[in-house]
Design a protein around this ligand. Structure first.
Ligand SMILES: [Cu+2]
Length: 158
């Protein structure tokens, strides 16, 4: 293969991979604060897929934790339990919300205790080799809680 065609191919590959990276976006990521010696913390976010094919989240890693698992909370007879999932599919042109009492990322084995104001770096690895980097702030609760309180007095029901 000539030097010129190798160059053309690598440029093509570069262009393709940057396009592909734009297909999955992450909105409103956050990690729920836990007591300093908690074994695990939960991370929440909204995963949006603007691609015309399904995107499959296969693995999540974080330099701040030993292990990250994809969990789903389900409630049976009033008792909540969590189950680890092998992967998480984001439908074509759709989204999946990771939120309390549903899907979440379970961050296990913190390198050091985290508190409100800290940021957790997460790497979302998708099928096909795409990786999305997420910076999730540590919060006491979802952001909407505080903004709702502030506007309570002047809020009119839709
Ligand atoms: Cu969990």
């Amino acid at each position: 293969m000539s030097m010129r065609s190798i160059l053309a191919l690598s440029l093509l590959a570069l262009a393709w991979s940057s396009l592909a990276l734009g297909d999955v976006t992450v909105e409103s990521p956050w990690v729920r604060e836990a007591p300093p010696h908690a074994e695990a913390l939960a991370a929440y976010m909204v995963l949006k897929n603007s691609n015309s094919t399904v995107e499959v989240l296969q693995k999540v890693t974080s330099p701040a934790f030993k292990q990250v698992e994809i969990h789903q909370t389900s409630i049976h007879n009033g008792t909540a339990s969590m189950e680890a999932q092998d992967s998480l599919s984001i439908p074509a042109n759709g989204k999946v919300s990771l939120a309390p009492n549903g899907h979440h990322l379970m961050l296990i084995g913190a390198a050091h205790p985290l508190k409100v104001g800290d940021t957790v770096d997460l790497f979302l690895h998708f099928q096909g080799g795409k990786t999305v980097e997420v910076h999730a702030p540590v919060r006491k609760d979802a952001e909407t809680t505080t903004t709702t309180k502030l506007s309570d007095e002047h809020h009119h029901a839709d």
